[in-house]
Write a protein that binds this ligand. Structure first.
Ligand code: NAP
Ligand code: MG
Length: 485
């Protein structure tokens, strides 16, 4: 059984243990201890106790410890990737990549946190020093979703720790297995710097969100839960970092490389069974190439291999749970009932016999008001719609409550320039979708989120900012004091 980890010690958790289900086999891969509010309280107390020591640790020592986290992740890469595949269903090869990228996040933030802790600014008078000083916030709660349990944790933990904060991590209920196993990756850090508490979102998660000693909530998950967290954080004016849902458009113009764009749509739509926050969720294609494009997408889709992620041959892996699959199927069936046409998929496949699969689905004849064009579809579904021209595509792409990512396929630099300025999305891709860069800030606009992970911005958000004014010569210059006249 994998246990909770608080102040460097393993605990069974105050609730009864739970099985962790493999979505490819529907079997338990093991059991985990389950925490309650009492365990969350212990974890916050541990992180609070560890904070003064961690923030004062000389930077070279802290940096070395974070590089060591990266080294241990790489040393355990295959085991961690396998564990991630078993609990998320996702492809093993991809998971190997995600372990490496998670390690890179620790190396990157270890490195850049050495560059600066603020700046010196010109003072209003001679003999003074004015500085902008960056200090850690204190205890940070990292609340993580089930689709990328390690990577999205690394994007929070690495900058939070590099900035000198301490952490309480709450993994998603479906995927606590790999995260609880990370105690061995963090066990060279001083006790309490990292604490890991499994448990339900509405109990343990909510307890962390409302705890007065938690100064920041770094959250990735649904827009609905993000909204609740932001409301609750208002009571204590806590810092929040919200990486939420998306409805990412892919625009394909007539001058684009049609083959590359069709592959991008299939890959961006069906990667991790469409359970990616930046999945391609709407495709807008210029009328003149709409038919050949849709045909090519269907052609590629029908050749995709559907099966368990543990087999590297498989391209479309299972969804996380039947309940999530049912919600996706409901959107597809509602679209069909309202006049959309299925060119591929739209059903639960007979094979594999076990596992929560959904056939990769291509829809045409979709109307903009349909849920499948408006709401996040967290599954392998690609609705394709024709547009008259680039202006219509851009207007429809922006007519969304979400603003996470967007992709444009074209070879026209004027349109690229207009698109990069005007598209309402935090992640803007041209001729190559869904590419992250550890040095490039990641995040959303509108209901897709607040704040950025990765890049320098992803470190900045884990500091509190102070303006320090120092009268070095010891002569106060404020005019109403008689002794300065
Ligand atoms: P979710 O239901 O919002 O849950 C996310 C995390 O929040 C889980 O750990 C969950 O715990 C916890 N939680 C639930 N209710 C809570 C509450 N009242 N207070 C505090 N914490 C609470 O999201 P999900 O279904 O796991 O993940 C899918 C969503 O994440 C999608 O909408 C996707 O777009 C989004 N996502 C966004 C990004 C991004 O970077 N923008 C990246 C990946 C995913 P339990 O699991 O125990 O409920
Ligand atoms: Mg989707």
């Amino acid at each position: 059984m994998r246990q909770l980890w608080i102040y460097g010690q393993s605990y069974a958790g105050s609730d009864r243990a739970r099985p962790v289900i493999d979505p490819a086999t529907e079997q338990a891969i093991g059991e985990v201890g389950w925490g309650t509010m009492e365990d969350a309280e212990q974890a916050v107390a541990a992180a609070k106790a560890a904070f003064p020591g961690w923030r004062k640790l000389p930077a070279p020592d802290r940096t070395a410890m974070l590089h060591e986290v990266a080294r241990k992740l790489r040393a355990n890469l295959e085991q961690i990737a396998t564990e991630l595949t078993l609990e998320t269903g996702r492809a093993i090869a991809k998971n190997c990549g995600y372990v490496e990228w998670s390690a890179q996040a620790f190396d990157y933030y270890a490195q850049i946190s050495r560059n600066t802790r603020g700046r010196v600014i010109p003072s209003p008078e001679a003999g003074q020093l004015s500085m902008v000083l960056k200090v850690p916030l204190g205890v940070v709660a990292a609340i993580v979703p089930w689709n990328y349990p390690l990577l999205l944790l690394a994007w929070k933990a690495a900058p939070a720790l590099a900035a000198g904060n301490t952490l309480v991590i709450k993994p998603a209920g479906f995927t606590p297995w790999t995260t609880l196993g990370l105690s061995r990756i963090f066990d060279h850090l001083p006790p309490g710097v990292v604490n890991i508490v499994s448990g339900s979102g509405s109990r343990v998660g909510d307890y962390l969100v409302t705890h007065p000693d938690v100064r920041m909530i770094a959250f990735t998950g649904s827009t609905e839960v993000g909204q609740q967290i932001m409301r609750k954080a208002a009571d204590d004016i806590k810092h929040v970092h919200l990486e939420l849902g998306g409805k990412d458009p892919l625009i394909v113009l007539a001058d684009a490389d049609l083959e590359a764009a069709a592959r991008a749509a299939v890959w961006g739509g069906f990667l991790n069974a469409g359970q990616v926050c930046t999945s391609v969720e709407r495709v807008y294609v210029e009328q003149s190439i709409y038919e050949p494009f849709s045909e090519r997408v269907v052609d590629i889709t029908q050749k995709l291999l559907v099966g368990p992620g543990i087999d590297p041959e498989n391209e479309v892996t299972p969804m996380i749970r039947p309940s999530e699959r049912a919600a996706v199927d409901q959107q597809v069936q509602a679209a069909v009932a309202a006049g959309a046409e299925l060119l591929s998929g739209g059903f639960i496949p007979d094979r594999p016999a076990k596992g929560y699969y959904y056939a990769p689905t291509v829809l045409v004849g979709v109307a903009e008001h349909m849920a499948v064009m408006q709401e996040e579809t967290f599954g392998p579904v690609l609705p394709i719609a024709p547009v008259q021209d680039f202006d219509e595509a851009l207007a429809r792409a922006n007519a969304s409550r979400y603003g996470l990512g967007a992709t444009l396929f074209t070879n026209d630099p004027k349109k690229v320039l207009q698109y990069m300025e005007e598209i309402e999305a935090g992640n803007v891709w041209i001729n190559d979708p869904l590419i992250d860069n550890v040095a490039g800030p990641f995040g959303g606009m509108k209901r897709s989120g607040l704040g950025r992970e990765l890049g320098e911005e992803g470190l900045e958000d884990f500091y509190e900012t102070k303006h320090v004014h120092w009268e070095v010569e010891g002569r106060m210059k404020s005019w109403w004091y008689p002794w300065t006249e």
